[in-house]
Design a protein around this ligand. Structure first.
Ligand SMILES: NC(=O)c1ccc[n+]([C@@H]2O[C@H](COP(=O)([O-])OP(=O)(O)OC[C@H]3O[C@@H](n4cnc5c(N)ncnc54)[C@H](O)[C@@H]3O)[C@@H](O)[C@H]2O)c1
Length: 283
């Protein structure tokens, strides 16, 4: 069982993955290049744990233990672990450069897992040493709460690495699902149309985004597509749309929406920036 976990990127996903692993007894190193984001992430983690204490779900001692499991840093050199999970920007070259840097300072037995939503694990493997130790580990947002994790097996991923990741997910209380590398894996491929068709309805002025959300929630979806896009982050969601569009040779059914492109250009990224389709209070 992998004991030390490094999580790289303390944004929306990385902070949730780090919290979840620390809550389940792993020693976690959380690396983030932006000090302000790191400060915010640790503040949110503390707040999250205090709320759990307030609700009686964990004790004060457990809160202290969880926080002691967590080390934060802005230095890549501090990132030596059995399992390294990256949750940085959705760009192949950034992920390759990061993993190359980390491979140079880590044990060849360490596992490198990417939380990518849409980039190819096979392609990532082509650029890295020890490709058999590289896989996808796709958590869902918010990572500390959502049960599903897609364990993505690239062409070169060793079966023992997949087993180790499945075991890690089960230790986190998650429901892991194995998936072969393919654009969007399972959920993002199926869910793409939930977002794209919803945006088409708004672009064509068939319905307002509030009405689309309302009706989808009333029909049983936990979150309407626009609330969900705000939670995910418009930039991340656009990157996934673009990646699937390219992977499927620009087939119109995966074409990114002008609405999401405009939102990203305007810096209206969703909850994390205080405004997306809806407005949010951010301190
Ligand atoms: N947002 C979602 O709902 C969601 C869900 C599942 C998977 N993902 C995937 O997770 C990854 C991260 O998404 P996010 O929404 O958390 O992004 P985010 O923009 O909220 O956070 C990314 C963080 O990584 C940091 N970073 C960038 N390069 C770095 C480096 N070299 N070293 C250390 N830190 C670095 C950035 O400063 C930023 O804070 C992406 O690959 C995305 O596709 C996102």
């Amino acid at each position: 069982m992998k004991k030390t976990v490094a999580v790289i990127g303390a944004g929306t996903m990385g902070s949730g993955i780090a919290l979840c692993a620390a809550q389940h007894g792993f020693k976690v190193i959380l690396l983030e290049s932006n000090q302000a984001v790191l400060d915010k992430a640790i503040e949110n983690i503390r707040l999250n744990l205090s709320q759990l204490v307030g609700k009686g779900k964990i004790t004060g001692e457990q809160q202290t233990e969880i926080l002691l499991n967590l080390t934060i840093t802005t230095a890549t050199n501090d990132c030596r672990a059995d399992l390294l999970i990256e949750a940085i920007i959705e760009k192949m070259d950034a992920k390759v450069n990061l993993f190359k840097e980390l491979a140079a300072i880590n044990n060849p037995e360490s596992i490198f897992a990417s939380n990518t939503s849409s980039l190819s694990i096979n392609e990532l493997q082509e650029h890295l040493p020890n490709p058999e130790r590289v896989a996808g580990l796709h958590f869902f947002n918010p990572a500390q709460l959502m049960k599903l994790v897609e364990v993505v097996q690239g062409e070169q991923t060793h079966a023992a690495v997949v087993d180790s990741l499945l075991e890690f997910c089960r230790h986190l209380g998650k429901t892991p699902v194995i998936c072969k590398d393919s654009p969007g894996f399972i959920v993002n491929r199926v869910a793409r149309h939930y977002y794209l068709e919803a945006m088409k309805l708004v672009e064509l002025k068939i319905a307002s985004f509030e009405n689309v959300d309302e009706i989808m929630e009333a029909s049983g979806f936990r979150m309407g597509p626009f609330k969900l896009m705000d939670l995910i982050g418009m930039d991340i969601n656009l990157a996934v749309s673009t990646s699937l569009y390219d992977a499927f040779h620009q087939t119109p059914r995966f074409k990114p929406s002008p609405l999401q492109i405009a939102k990203v250009k305007a810096g209206e990224l969703g909850r994390k920036s205080g405004k997306g389709f809806y407005e949010y209070n951010v301190q």
